[in-house]
Design a protein around this ligand. Structure first.
Ligand code: MN
Length: 509
């Protein structure tokens, strides 16, 4: 996906350049004015003028005026993530403290405390996550998450910054390209996923892949182009009867064919050792329906499901109900897989317009930024609190820390129930002991066994989605080092580590 700024050639006259800058900024303003945010244009204008002057005369490696970068970041923050004026200002100003003589105090004097705090947060995490030493990366990552748990907008703007840098990576030095692409794939894409920024995650992955494996990227892109005609023929055959049926049901909807990203096709080919031709789920059908009344959404989803399964054969175990139990990042939809007219399985994703917006722009964008106010406790909040728990550990081993968090970012989730019917979301591979620590440190350290679906199991028993889990404890139990090996959650590991330290005071040598 190219932006207008990375295809421009920089043999512009100063007047043309000036015009380009002004019109790019005007785009940001126009997009903002179309959004539902309050119309605080004056402060955005001021932030732009300030940043433009501060970066005056500086150019990016591509030759373009530097200010085009903060403008692009502000545009992404506003139009692709859905953030408001405070974030747009912070995005316009995000490199000012880092790259010019202005300080955070100057920003505060001009634009107030909130914007200054965001700029300060962004300046703190401006270094790469991969330092020369592993512990330095962990430390930077720690800083990133710490800042993030203070104000989620910092990390959302950082995400916009990274996305623009990835979109314009072609003009960077090749050795830098590789490092930035690796870092993006390792940390930013999973983080985007965790924040529910699905579109951004996909683009980050594809761009990283393009720079890390240029040949494979080109080859797969070419195969996608070649198979396009055939694919749209099959899609039309498949979708026509569905659309007909939805029309007779009187629904207002939009049907799309969604192609898998180049990166996920490649991953599938690698994981399953199959050639491109055998990746059968190259695309999915997506149905987005309009619905005024939120309480009707679930019912409509299932009525569409029923209509489709009347037409096509259902794959027995590929139905995913993320409406009754949304994913931790807020994702909601009903997925099913049915056999298409050519004998291949096709996935269909059913969602309301509201669910679609959350899926594309992220739960994060819906978060009201009301830190301190007890808003509805979202899953995202819970996750942020887990991070805080880990960060509050006074004596973390930096590498362990990175590992546990990475584990949490990558893991896909399962949902289990307590005997009282409460839901607990856990990463894949989580065990009875994870649940014990999730409930309380004391329950974790005293855990001796569990009952899963009323059957006695050891602590290390791996749970499956839908399990009912009861934790059995004993006062004589003591926490054990070996437990570390089968804990899957960062919270449990942190809690166990803390308990072990209390058991055995460190030997001073
Ligand atoms: Mn930047």
């Amino acid at each position: 996906m190219a932006t207008s700024t990375d295809i421009t050639t920089y043999n512009l006259t100063p007047e043309e350049e000036e015009q380009l800058i002004e019109s790019e900024f005007q785009d940001v303003l126009n997009g903002y004015l179309k959004s539902n945010h309050r119309k605080k244009v004056e402060i955005i204008e001021r932030a732009f003028r300030f940043a433009k002057k501060a970066h005056g005369g500086i150019r990016r490696r591509s030759g373009e005026p530097y200010i085009l970068h903060p403008i692009a970041v502000a545009k992404i923050a506003s139009q692709e993530i859905g953030l408001g004026s405070t974030s747009i200002c912070a995005a316009l100003l995000h490199d000012v403290v880092e790259d010019t003589d202005y300080t955070v105090e100057d920003i505060e004097a001009q634009f107030g405390k909130k914007i200054a705090q965001l700029v300060s947060g962004l300046t703190k995490i401006s270094g790469g996550i991969f330092g020369d030493q592993a512990s330095a990366q962990a430390e930077n990552f720690r800083k990133l998450l710490l800042t993030m748990s203070e104000d989620i907008r910092v990390v959302l703007i950082k995400m916009a910054d990274r996305l623009h840098n990835m979109r314009t990576l072609g003009s960077m030095a090749p050795n830098k390209q590789y490092k930035i692409a690796g870092e993006t794939l390792y940390i930013y894409a999973p983080l985007a996923h965790r924040l529910g920024l699905f579109e951004i995650k996909t683009e980050l992955e594809d761009l990283s892949f393009k720079y890390e494996h240029p040949k494979s990227y080109e080859r797969i892109s070419e195969l996608i182009r070649q198979s396009e005609a055939r694919r749209s023929e099959v899609y039309n055959d498949f979708s026509a009867p569905i659309k007909e049926k939805l029309d007779t049901m009187g629904l207002k909807y939009e049907a799309q064919s969604r192609l898998k990203s180049v990166y996920s096709i490649w991953r599938k080919m690698e994981a399953k050792h199959v050639p491109f031709e055998e990746v059968y789920d190259l695309y999915a059908m997506r149905i987005i329906f309009d619905c005024e009344d939120q309480s009707k959404e679930k019912e409509i989803c299932w009525s569409i499901y029923s209509a489709i399964t009347d037409l096509y054969r259902l794959h027995p175990d590929r139905t995913r109900d993320w409406i009754s139990v949304p994913k931790a990042n807020g994702y909601q939809a009903l997925h099913l897989t049915v056999m298409g007219p050519d004998g291949n399985w096709i996935e269909v994703q059913i969602r309301s317009r509201r669910m679609d917006e959350i899926a594309e722009k992220g739960f994060a964008a819906h978060w009201k930024y009301k830190i301190g106010e007890s808003d509805e406790e979202s899953e995202l909040n819970v996750w942020l609190r887990t991070i805080k728990d880990i960060l509050d550990d006074p004596n973390p081993n930096a590498i362990d820390f990175l590992d546990t968090l990475k584990l949490n970012l990558f893991a896909s989730e399962i949902v289990v129930f307590t005997p009282k019917g409460e839901l607990i979301t856990l990463p894949n591979q989580a065990t009875v002991l994870d649940v014990a620590f999730e409930l309380h440190s004391q329950i974790g350290t005293k855990c001796i066994a569990g009952k899963v679906n009323h059957k006695l199991v050891p602590l290390s028993h791996k749970l499956q989605s839908g399990d009912q889990v009861e934790v059995l404890t004993s006062q004589s139990q003591k926490p054990k080092e070996e437990w570390m090996a089968f804990l899957a959650t960062a919270k449990a590991r942190t809690r166990l580590r803390a308990a072990l330290r209390q058991e055995q005071p460190p030997v001073i040598d």
